[in-house]
Design a protein around this ligand. Structure first.
Ligand SMILES: NC(=O)c1ccc[n+]([C@@H]2O[C@H](COP(=O)([O-])OP(=O)(O)OC[C@H]3O[C@@H](n4cnc5c(N)ncnc54)[C@H](OP(=O)(O)O)[C@@H]3O)[C@@H](O)[C@H]2O)c1
Length: 297
């Protein structure tokens, strides 16, 4: 049977959380067209048992964390707020590197203020080593050192790393210890299978972003619906192709935590119902044949 809870560090969390990025305006830039609707999605998520929300101050920027605070503060006991640092937005919504130790410290403080908490449950260092391999990203050791100081000061409970290769994960494990790896991974994009394997070896939570293959670059849910293998398993279980994709992820590793993103309460409810889907060995064998559609990192 699919396990319903897992661990973030040593804290129990429901295996299906919520990724809040989609709650900002188009392109994760500016406010949403329907802020009341966005706050209603967040409230419904918590009502249905979500206790792990993934966010960032650069979603909007300065939009999604405000929506979370407005919708949910004072936060229910046990709600884990996970954020990420390492990027900033320009006036047109472009994504820039902002990951010197000072910039990371400033972003942690901005998240603490906007979410109105004294301590963040986990802060992911969002590296750009794969987006801009020739970029002049600060040394990993300096970045992790800055986050470790904030952890020592009680402002962060756990450190995570995001969008990283196996060498970076290894260095982070060895130097500061990490509570999660957050990388793109889905039935459509299994490029990071070696990173998932490393998490298994070290018993670290793996949190796939773009679990449905992403809203960007053509649309993951549409690609899932178009795949005959996903569709056949969906028909067999009487569920949607997106639900099959999420159930497949849960079957990969018992410390895999989902953070699917949606603006829709209907989709939210569908995503949370995925724990009831039991994929058998035949289903998993069929799903091995899904055609990859890599969304980019
Ligand atoms: N660390 C990083 O660099 C990084 C990067 C990207 C994302 N993230 C995090 O990962 C989270 C998840 O990624 P994501 O939201 O971009 O991608 P995703 O979960 O793969 O896909 C989201 C898309 O799927 C649709 N969707 C959601 N549930 C659905 C369902 N049941 N049926 C059909 N369509 C459904 C959403 O549209 P509707 O709104 O219409 O439902 C949206 O278009 C983000 O929210 C964010 O917190 C982290």
């Amino acid at each position: 049977m699919t396990t319903t809870t897992s661990l973030l560090g040593d804290k129990p969390v429901h295996r299906i959380g919520f990724g809040a990025m989609q709650l900002a305006g188009p392109g994760v830039f500016g406010p949403p067209a329907d802020p009341d609707g966005a706050r209603a999605v967040l409230r419904r998520a918590v009502e249905l048992g979500v206790d792990h929300i993934d966010t960032a101050q650069f979603y909007g920027p300065d939009v999604v964390n405000d929506l979370i605070r407005e919708a949910l503060h004072p936060y229910p006991a046990g709600l884990r707020l996970v954020t990420k640092v390492g990027a900033a937005r320009d006036d047109q919504g472009g994504w820039n590197l902002a990951s010197t130790p000072d910039q990371l410290r400033d972003q942690v403080e901005a998240n603490l203020r906007a979410l109105d908490v004294e301590r963040l449950d986990l802060v992911n260092l969002r590296r750009m080593e794969r987006d801009h391999p020739d970029g002049d990203e600060p040394a990993l050791a300096d970045q992790l050192g800055a986050l470790a100081e904030l952890r020592d000061a009680g402002k962060i409970d756990l450190i995570g790393v995001s969008s990283v290769g196996v060498d970076t994960v290894r260095e982070a494990i060895e130097t500061v210890g990490i509570g999660q790896v957050q990388n793109p991974f889905s039935i459509l994009d299994r490029t990071d299978a070696p990173v998932l394997e490393l998490c298994r070896e070290h018993d670290i939570a793996f949190v796939p972003y773009f679990p449905l293959g992403s809203a960007f670059g053509g649309g993951g849910p549409q690609a899932l619906a178009a795949d005959p293998h996903v569709s056949s398993v969906a028909t067999k279980h009487g569920v949607s192709p997106s639900q099959v994709a999420l159930a497949w992820l849960l079957a990969q590793y018992d410390r895999l935590l989902l953070i699917p993103g949606t603006k829709s309460i209907t989709h939210l409810e569908e995503n949370l119902a995925v724990l009831d889907i039991e994929l058998d060995a035949d289903d998993l064998a069929t799903l091995e044949h899904v055609e990859p559609v890599v969304a980019g990192h």
